[in-house]
Design a protein around this ligand. Structure first.
Ligand code: ATP
Length: 361
């Protein structure tokens, strides 16, 4: 079991009579890349600001390596922050910018210079050391901001959407660099983003947030493959949500379900899910890539429907299927195999039952 770097217990934040965080509890492990993910306004920046000490909590407790930090001001916490706006000092050279945090900590000049050079080497900017920030590109400036935040070797680095000002290509390249840097330096990263793809590619674990509450904490795989509820299933990646009624627990260990308005060849078999019982209605969540298409006269289970739309996407094709009961599904099939399905074709949609999830209505 890894040590806990940050322990958050029932931390709440109110602004007047508006509650931005409702008693959030969370453990962040030492050395992990931990991401707070959620839509705009869900409270991720607020939680980050409480960790950084930029804002007092309205209740609860935050411990850093076992120590209560509530009364420790921001500049005395072994924590550094990188913001979306990198805010480099325009009149200082890149080398001086990177030294800045260490100067504030009273680290001697020789050590400061050595560490700044080392950090600039790590982010591959040593040849720009004597330039001013205005003479660098956006991506280079963001790397300087990272080097500046990491040079004092904080125990924890907070990152608030640090890549969102960069264009797509640069953002993708910077993701890899960021991940590499975090692994090499073994510093705990707490990263805020609303971009689920960014969260999935970077994180060891993710907390999915909505409306000031944590919906689920888990590895990218857990969050994607075993979403805890409808919000998480819908927010992370793409999913199909079908309204079903749960018929019975089969002797085969599966729950048997039917579409709300009927139309399946045979009852669908779904994995048992906590809190879901026969007689209830529920949502069946299934990812587009976990569906297959075959001719409707084929034997076996599945949902009958008609292809409404086919969208070629390079490596795969996305099919929109109108089901007999009036609901719609999206299936994504890899190109290069069988001949593509045409619009209007009648199909039977097969579900990878292991990958289906029943979620509370
Ligand atoms: P975004 O991705 O848009 O930055 P977020 O998830 O980081 O969103 P927060 O900035 O944490 O969201 O804000 C959470 C909620 O708290 C929002 O509804 C916001 O309007 C509110 N809020 C944040 N700061 C204050 C403040 N100083 N006074 C009043 N309300 C605030």
């Amino acid at each position: 079991m890894q040590d806990t770097a940050i322990s958050i217990r029932q931390v709440a934040k109110r602004f007047g009579d508006f509650t931005a965080l409702h008693e959030v509890s969370l453990d962040i492990r030492q050395g992990e890349f931990f991401t707070l993910l959620g839509p705009s306004g869900c409270g991720k920046t607020t939680l980050l600001r409480l960790l950084g000490g930029f804002e007092p909590a309205s209740g609860g407790q935050i411990r850093l390596f076992g120590q209560e930090i509530e009364r420790l001001p921001a500049n005395r916490r072994p924590i550094n922050t990188v913001f979306q706006q990198y805010a480099l000092f325009p009149h200082m050279s890149i080398h001086e910018n990177v030294q800045f945090g260490m100067r504030m900590l009273g680290i001697g000049r020789r050590e400061r210079e050595a560490r700044a050079s080392e950090m600039l080497q790590r982010v591959q900017l040593e040849r720009f050391a004597q330039r001013r920030p205005g003479e660098l590109s956006g991506g280079q400036q963001q790397r300087v901001a990272l080097a500046r935040a990491l040079a004092p070797r904080p125990k924890v680095l907070l990152l608030d959407e640090p890549l969102s000002a960069l264009d797509l290509k640069l953002r993708q390249a910077m993701r890899l660099e960021l991940k590499q840097l975090q692994e090499d330096m073994a510093i705990t990263f707490v990263f805020v983003t609303h971009d689920q793809e960014e969260a999935l590619t970077l994180s060891d674990r993710i907390a999915v947030m909505s409306a000031g509450e944590i919906q689920q904490v888990g590895s990218p795989r857990e969050i994607y493959e075993e979403p805890a509820n409808r919000f998480v299933a819908d927010f992370i990646g793409e999913t199909n949500l079908l309204q079903v009624s749960v018929q019975q627990s089969g002797t085969d260990g599966w729950l048997h379900c039917q579409l709300a308005n009927g139309g399946e060849a045979q009852p669908l078999r779904c994995p048992v899910a906590p809190g879901i019982r026969p007689g209830q209605s529920a949502w069946l969540s299934i990812r587009p890539e976990r569906l297959s298409l075959s001719a409707p006269d084929a034997t076996g289970a599945g949902l009958d429907g008609v292809i409404r739309q086919s969208i070629y996407m390079g490596t795969d094709t996305q099919y929109v299927v109108a089901l007999a009961d009036g609901q719609t599904l999206v299936a994504r099939l890899q190109n290069g195999g069988e001949a593509p399905w045409n619009r209007g074709a009648a199909v039977r949609v097969g579900l990878d039952q292991q990958a289906a999830r029943l979620l509370g209505a």
